[in-house]
Design a protein around this ligand. Structure first.
Ligand SMILES: C[S@@+](CC[C@H](N)C(=O)[O-])C[C@H]1O[C@@H](n2cnc3c(N)ncnc32)[C@H](O)[C@@H]1O
Length: 155
């Protein structure tokens, strides 16, 4: 049975008791909406995207102050979002340079024992694997979502 990307994230959030979560690159907000609707105990969900033009705001805004919106680049958002995050999910630009810049910006923001993870670890995006291993080493967990892998590790 294929586990979709939002279910993989849901399982990680539940398994590790994540309460503060950042999604870097949200496009329409499908994952955010799924997780906010499905997972109990999320206290803060930070939405980061350089382009909010397709973001589906209505179902997100019903979560009020649980959601924090950051319409700016990943690197700028990392400067204004608080530290000690339980999970950061990176799914913005998929080049080696951009993915490395994102990991370097967000890794210091994750609490010890928290999760840093991302999408599109696959043959079509070789820069992601390269950046992930350079920044985080070889011991990375991969979970297939029916299309590509989600990579994740604990800090
Ligand atoms: C693949 S989509 C995200 C998909 C979403 N996580 C999902 O699973 O439904 C990538 C998003 O990253 C955003 N993006 C690209 N570069 C960015 C950057 N440097 N900072 C913030 N967002 C960026 C794009 O605007 C786009 O909405």
């Amino acid at each position: 049975m294929v586990v979709k990307r939002w279910e993989i994230l849901e399982n990680l959030i539940v398994a590790f008791g994540c309460k503060s979560i950042v999604e870097v690159g949200v496009r329409k907000g499908d994952i955010a909406i799924y997780l906010l609707d499905s997972v109990r105990g999320i206290e803060k969900y930070y939405i980061v995207d350089i382009d909010f033009s397709v973001l589906n705001l209505v179902p997100i805004q019903k979560y009020g102050s649980i959601v924090s919106l950051h319409n700016m680049s990943s690197v700028l958002a990392a400067k204004e979002i608080p530290d000690d995050l339980d999970m950061v999910f990176i799914d913005a630009e998929h080049s080696y340079e951009a993915c490395k810049e994102d990991i370097e910006a967000w890794l210091p923001k994750v609490r010890n024992g928290g999760i840093i993870c991302g999408h599109d670890y696959c043959d079509d995006c070789p820069g992601i694997a390269q950046a992930v291993h350079e920044c985080l080493g070889s011991e990375i967990n991969l979970e297939y979502d029916g299309d590509v892998n989600i990579w994740w590790t604990r800090k």
